[in-house]
Structures are given as structure tokens and as C-alpha cells.
Ligand binder design. Structure first.
Ligand SMILES: Nc1ncnc2c1ncn2[C@@H]1O[C@H](COP(=O)(O)OP(=O)(O)OP(=O)(O)O)[C@@H](O)[C@H]1O
Length: 308
């Protein structure tokens, strides 16, 4: 299996409701997600990420296009394609009278996992809920509920795990635990797809990233290559205090930071750092110290999703 997911020409139009006009949430997206990757699906609010994930999960019907999950066409082999994917949803609502163990057993039943093939105890152990296995869900903390949702997504041992905003509003300890789990699952061969608003997290975790905006795929690239795309670097200077900044080569921009340092952002394709430093020195700016900063995913994201 080279691609865990192959999406082509995917469109979704939500029908008009009352005064709200019809909304084309996905406008013909083509996207291949390599098997074995940790793949980030990013985009601003309303870009269409949840729509895409819900289509993968079989919760939203597409208007047009083709979706193959682990080689199974969703429309031709719905059962097999559903069995290949597990989804950890955003929302935390769950039956308050179920214990984690019972929830996992029920979920396994829904997926038709035979009793002998269930791995309930291992799953509870994996997400750190062994001690709460028999506690009612209403007594679980938000973090524990989230861990239970992860375990529920895994009952049928899917090839692909989709995490929709898994760390929104969770504390650092839980976030680390989630990511450790995700890495372990990925090392064991599972393909991971995640949406997140934390771009730092996507930068650190994902091998490849797709950015969607207004229902269209804007870019899909390896994380490292994506970061190399932005033509913007920053020199950060300690000038020993505020001074007048002389005019700089066109394309360069100077900003004073809150910590009193002077940040010069420039496109390295047309301006060399030494030309900038020469211009500053010639303008009488004392340079006590200099550091450089590379663009991060946030910069790339802002550039790619800026409305033109
Ligand atoms: N059930 C629905 N009926 C009508 N319009 C919808 C429905 N669900 C989503 N939309 C619209 O489709 C567009 C895409 O929404 P979607 O939830 O997929 O975006 P998103 O990228 O997941 O955003 P967020 O990051 O805010 O979750 C939005 O304009 C949204 O208002």
C-alpha cells in the first residue's frame, strides 16, 4: 500500500437552509496521503477540514468525487473502507453511565470485532486508563475522556487513525502522552492524519502537510520543503538600545521587538545578510549581537492562506 488515502475531485455542497445559501465546503480536492506517514491537515476556520474528515469517516455524504481508504473505494466497499480507519473526534460527549471498559467493548461490538480479537485491556493500558477501567464516564476528567476517545478509535485496529484537533484545550502532560501514543502507533505502522490549530505541533509531528483554504487544496508538501518555501528570514540585532534605523534595501523591513531588539525581515533570494548589516553599520546602528531566525510553519501558513 503506497497511499493510505486517495481522494480525487472531492466536492461537498451543503444545501441551502432557511436564509443560509448553499455552501460549497470542498471544491474538488485531490489529495493522496502516503501510508505510514504522520500527515497534517491544516487550514483556517471554515476551510473544510471537518467536512473532509467527516466524509472519510462516512458521517457526511460527499456531493461528488472519489475516496479510497486503504485501497477500498468508499462507495464500492463501504464496510472495508470504514474498517480501515479510526476517528478520534473533537467532541467529548459520551454516555455518562458507561465505564471505559464497557465503552470499548460496545465500540468493538459496533465494529464487529470478535470477542477473541478484542484488545480492551491493552488499549486501556496504552491510554493510561487501567485504574479507571471500571469508573463511570461521568467521573472522568476531560483529559481522561479524551484518552478514552483515542482508545475507542483504535478498537478495530485500523490502518489509519484520524485525530481531529486532539490537543485543543488539553494540558501539557496530556498533550505529551497523546503524542507519545501517536508516535508509538505510527512506529508500529499506523498512518496518522491530524488536524490541529497548533502549528508548532504540526511542524514537530508531521512528515507531510496539506493546507486547505476555502475548500481548495493550497499546498501539499513534505514539512521540511514547505518550510523552505517562504522567502523570508529574520536578523535579530541587539543594538544596545533604540536608535534611528537608516533606510534599508527594498524588501527588507525593520521592527522593534518588545525585548528591545531590532528585527529585520528580508527575502534571502534578493537581499544578502551582509548587505543589510553594511547598510545598518553605515547608518550608524551599533551591532552588539546578531541572531538569525528561520521561518516557521506559522509564517508559511499565513502566507499560503492570505486572501489575495
Ligand atoms: N452541516 C452544515 N451545513 C451547512 N454548512 C456547513 C455545515 N457544516 C459546515 N458547513 C460550512 O462549510 C464550511 C467548511 O466547514 P468545516 O467545518 O468543514 O471547516 P473546518 O475547516 O473544519 O473549520 P474549523 O477549523 O472551524 O472546524 C464552512 O463555511 C461551514 O460553515
Amino acid at each position: 500500500m503506497t497511499n493510505a488515502i486517495e481522494i480525487s475531485g472531492l466536492r461537498k455542497v451543503y444545501a441551502a437552509q432557511g436564509n443560509a445559501p448553499a455552501k460549497e465546503a470542498l471544491k474538488g480536492v485531490d489529495l493522496a496521503i502516503p501510508a505510514g506517514s504522520i500527515f497534517g491537515l491544516l487550514g483556517p476556520n471554515g476551510a473544510g477540514k471537518s467536512t473532509m474528515i467527516n466524509i472519510l469517516a462516512g458521517l457526511v455524504n460527499k456531493t461528488a468525487g472519489k475516496v479510497e481508504i486503504w485501497g477500498f473505494d468508499q462507495d464500492v466497499n463501504p464496510r472495508q473502507s470504514r474498517a480501515a480507519i479510526g476517528i478520534m473526534p473533537q467532541e467529548l460527549n459520551m454516555d455518562p453511565f458507561f465505564t471505559p471498559r464497557a465503552s470499548l467493548e460496545v465500540q468493538a461490538g459496533l465494529y464487529g470485532v470478535a470477542k477473541a480479537d478484542r484488545w480492551t485491556d491493552e488499549l486501556l493500558e496504552l491510554v493510561g486508563l487501567t485504574d479507571q477501567a471500571n469508573a463511570y464516564a461521568r467521573n472522568l476528567s476531560g483529559g481522561m475522556r479524551r484518552r478514552l476517545l483515542l482508545a475507542k478509535a483504535l478498537v478495530h485496529r485500523p490502518h489509519i487513525l484520524v485525530l481531529d484537533e486532539p490537543t485543543a484545550g488539553v494540558d501539557i502532560t496530556l498533550r505529551e502522552m497523546l503524542w507519545n501514543n501517536v508516535r508509538k502507533l505510527n512506529e508500529a505502522g499506523m498512518t496518522i492524519i491530524l488536524t490541529t490549530h497548533y502549528l508548532e505541533e504540526a511542524e514537530e509531528m508531521c512528515d507531510e502537510i496539506a493546507i486547505i483554504n476555502h475548500g481548495e487544496l493550497v499546498v501539499r508538501q513534505g514539512t521540511r520543503d514547505l518550510l523552505a518555501r517562504t522567502d523570508g528570514k529574520t536578523l535579530v540585532l541587539d543594538t544596545g538600545g533604540r536608535v534611528d534605523v537608516p533606510s534599508l534595501p527594498e524588501g527588507a523591513r525593520a521592527d522593534w521587538r518588545a525585548d528591545g531588539r531590532l528585527a529585520i525581515t528580508y527575502p534571502p533570494s534578493t537581499i544578502r545578510a551582509d548587505a543589510l548589516l553594511d547598510a545598518l553599520r553605515a547608518g550608524g546602528v551599533p551591532i552588539v549581537d546578531v541572531a538569525t531566525e528561520q521561518p516557521d510553519l506559522e509564517d508559511v501558513f499565513v502566507e499560503m492562506t492570505r486572501d489575495r
